[in-house]
Design a protein around this ligand. Sequence first.
Ligand SMILES: [Zn+2]
Length: 280
Amino acid sequence: MFGRFGSGGRRSSGGGRLIIALIVIAISVIGYFGTSQINPVTGENQHIDMTVDQEIALGLEAAPQMAQQFGGLSRDTEATQLVKSVGRRVLERSEANQAPYEFDFHLLADEQTVNAFALPGGQIFITEALLARLETEGQLAGVLAHEIGHVIGRHSAEQIAKQRLTQGVTMGAVIAATDPNDPSSYRTAQMAMVMNQLVNLRFGRNDELESDRFGVQYMAEAGYDPRSMSRVMEILQEASGGGGQPEFLSTHPDPGNRIGRIEQAIEELLPGGVPADLQE
Ligand SMILES: [Zn+2]
C-alpha cells in the first residue's frame, strides 16, 4: 500500500505541501488530544480533536487514494452526472445545506464491490456495482443522504480520535520526529499510513443508525420518499447473500435490524404519514 502511494507520478508539487500540512494536522491532532466539541447540528458532545477545515483537507487529500482502491472514477459520464445531481438535490433542499462542508459526489468504476462511503469533510463515493443494483432515484438519494449523515455527524473525526486513544501517540511521535524539510520516502510512508487508516475507517453501529436517521430526514426534505431507504437495506442484504460479504456490510450493521429503526425514524419524522407526492 505504501508503494502505491509513493509511486504516484500523478502527485503534483503542491501535493508535497499538502503532505506537510497533513503532518502538522497529525501533530496537532495529538496536541489537541483530550479535547471535545459540540456538534453544531446534533448538539452532541463529541470527542473530536480536529477542525472542520482539517476534516475537509484530510478528505480531499485521501480522495484519490480512496478512488484508486475501487478502480478509479467511473468513465460513465451520464451515470456520474446522475450521482452528482441527486447528491446536490439532497444537499440543496435539505437542512444538510447548513453544514460547513464542501460536498462532492463521486461514482467509482468498481463493478464488483457493492459499497458507498464518505470521507471527512464531504467527499462521498458510490461504486458502479451498488448503483447498478439500485432501482430508483430515491434509493440513490437514500444512499447519498446516509453518507451525508456520516459527514455531518463527524463520524470519521470521531473514529480518528478513538484510534488515537487506542494507538497512543506512537505514530504522531514518529511524524513529529521527522524533519519537515526532508522530503524522505520515510515520511511519505508515514503519511501513507495515516491515509490508509483514513480510507479504511470503520464506523460504529450507532454512527450507522444516526446516519440512517439523517438520511431519511434529508431525503424527505429533498422530496424523496424516505421509505426508499428501507429498500436500500434489502438490496444490501440481497447483495450479501451467498459466499463473500460485500464490504459495505462490514462497515454497516445488519440491514435487517436497521429497516425497523428506519421505519421508526420515518414515523417520528412524519407523524402524519409519508406525503403521497414524494419521489420514489
Ligand atoms: Zn454508513
